[in-house]
Write a protein that binds this ligand. Structure first.
Ligand code: UFG
Length: 334
């Protein structure tokens, strides 16, 4: 298929580009490079530096490249920042998606895979979280994604040929097995990269946010899913998508790890001391986020390959250890 990947210069988008090409699809990347990196996009992939707000430019791209389906990864993702700058999040994530969908409407592109988030469940009403669990976001980031989910439902009602799959991501982690592309956020707020930065001395220490949660060791429990497993589900969804179908899936591993367990696993993988400090809770962190992803397994035939936390961390370690400055000083990929 001819597939447009928005956010192809970002963490998950760059892994999607790689897998799509390996599977024989023709990929085009759109990225405004605000958080995405040019170095993450292979030189021989058609790249358009376009902002999601540029509806006309997107429509032209879709038509010229005869795009058949869109995987929409481009978004801002920091919960804390979204609380400070809600309009920025609604503009990028919600209005950006409207602009993209408008361009798709104009050009008759009917297949859409959307990156949503566990943050749409807010403080979850049940554990594990099912696709049917009530969605009640507790921050603008979660709401900005929730709005797009709602818009997609309405659009699919209005245009009976329009098809979408929404994936609600849990904690995406790791890097592609050869460590050549990986997570490179600035600032980096996620747990695994920060643990590894402390292990390699790039950061003085890792701060553990909160030790008084109602969990066995007092630290938060999360569901970490390997980025290549996550992306694989997108390929299944896009290639199986039929006209007018609307689908929703959680993507997580179904296993929960506490922050302390992650630290222990990282010590084993890196064989290094990891200077640690225990500090107060970070605002807005639910105690436990655990997915039930049976639906994706059953309906899409999704089968995560990474079931062992050490194996996931090992891939992240390979990336960070060989790219201590992320994509800085990295040559453009061939
Ligand atoms: N944590 C620390 N120290 C750190 C970073 C994180 O203790 O330096 C803890 C957090 O408090 C949390 C856990 O490690 O308990 C995981 O934190 P991350 O920041 O790695 O991930 P989150 O669970 O906060 O967020 C992820 C995605 C968000 C998404 C959310 C769904 O990154 O985009 O899941 O709720 F919104």
């Amino acid at each position: 298929m001819n597939i447009l990947v928005t956010g192809g210069g970002g963490y998950i988008g760059s892994h999607a580009v790689r897998q799509l090409r390996e599977a024989g699809h023709a990929v085009v990347v759109l990225d405004n490079l605000v958080t995405g990196r040019r170095e993450a996009i292979p030189n021989d992939v058609p790249f358009y530096k376009i902002d999601l707000a540029e509806t006309e430019a997107i429509a032209q791209l879709l038509a010229n490249r005869r795009i058949e389906g869109v995987m929409h990864f481009a978004a801002l993702i920091q919960v804390g920042e979204s609380v400070q700058k809600p309009l920025l999040y609604y503009k990028n994530n919600t209005a950006g998606a409207i602009s993209l969908l408008t361009a798709m409407r104009q050009t008759g592109v009917k297949k859409f895979v959307f990156s949503s988030t566990a943050a749409t469940y807010g403080e979850p009403e049940e554990t594990p979280i099912y696709e049917t669990t009530a969605q009640k976001p507790i921050n603008p980031y979660g709401w900005s994604k929730w709005c797009v989910e709602q818009i997609l439902r309405n659009e699919a009602y209005a245009d009976r040929d329009f098809a979408f799959t929404i994936f609600r991501y849990f904690n995406v982690a790791g890097a592609t097995a050869d460590g050549s592309i990986g997570e490179s956020h600035d600032p980096e707020t996620h747990l695994i990269p920060n643990i590894l930065f402390a292990a390699m001395g790039k950061k003085e220490k890792i701060s553990v946010f909160g030790t008084d949660y109602p969990t066995p060791d007092g630290t938060c429990i999360r569901d970490y899913v390997h980025v290549d497993d996550l992306v694989a589900a997108h390929l299944f969804a896009m290639t199986a998508m039929k006209s007018g179908e609307t689908r929703y899936y959680n993507l997580g591993s179904g296993s929960g790890y506490s922050v302390k367990e992650m630290l222990d696993a990282a010590k084993t993988v890196t064989k290094r001391e990891i200077p640690t400090e225990y500090v107060a809770r970070r605002e807005g962190d639910p105690a436990i986020l655990l997915a039930n992803s049976d639906k994706a397994k059953k309906e899409l035939g999704w089968k995560p390959q990474y079931t062992d936390m050490a194996a996931i961390i090992e891939t992240a370690w390979r990336w960070h250890a060989t790219h201590p400055a992320g994509y800085e000083k990295t040559k453009r990929r061939q």
